[in-house]
Design a protein around this ligand. Sequence first.
Ligand code: SAM
Length: 264
Amino acid sequence: MPDPHNAIPEKLLTSKNTRDICPDTVRRVWEECRRKYKKPKDAEKAAREALHGISGAFMTADEARHLAWDMQEWSIKKTDVGLEKMLSRHASTRERLPVSDIDALYEQVFAITGRPRSVLDLACGIHPIYLGARGIETVGVDISGGAVSAVNGFHEIYEAPVSAVCADLLCPGAVPKRRFDMALLLKLLPLLERQRGGAARDVMNAVNAAWLVCSFPTRTLGGRNVGMAANYAEWMEGHLPEGFAAEGRFETGNELFYILRKTS
Ligand SMILES: C[S@@+](CC[C@H](N)C(=O)[O-])C[C@H]1O[C@@H](n2cnc3c(N)ncnc32)[C@H](O)[C@@H]1O
């Protein structure tokens, strides 16, 4: 007989801020919190906070709704101004704006890797919308149902070469087995480590790609510079995945990038 105290609380499954998160993630986080807290009420509060920290903090349910409207509007204008409006709906892409800075960033990446024909974007947020707008075939994975729907909506409305699946990178089988020219792990590795020690290494080793592009935030969400670049550089250089060599490292205003090439 299943223990009713261990059933996922109705509120986590139905509330506006958590109902669109990948069900595997909600279950995983709930079970972790249930093990940590005696009272179901405390476990539920901790689960809500944890889910916010790994997903909702980057794009709220309201921002996802506005993004769906923006997309309809962009069909009229199809300009970089419209693209910028869409990308501003997720904290991670908003931090890279204006779009001309993202173009400059990829010029720097492609100068090392060449222009990829296929990209895997892990914990993609809505970043595939930028890549699709620039004609780059991209498959995204994220636990945010709002982000995944936005990427797939962008494909449906504009026939952009992008798609996304809702999956949890900490669960088996979430990293696609297919070979890609390039995999993006942007502002992801520290977030994975926070969810489970060793998860960043496991995900990097599961990727089948000729190039890995990993990035790290160098400022807090509030914009403060607290020495994150040096700490993350030390971490990355101590955790290069097997069979990859670092071919490039550079910093933009608020992000540190490593370009890794598959050597074996
Ligand atoms: C800091 S944002 C980065 C988004 C995107 N990579 C970018 O740089 O624009 C982190 C993203 O990871 C997703 N995420 C967090 N934990 C995840 C997990 N275990 N599996 C898949 N996606 C996850 C969140 O929903 C969020 O969209």
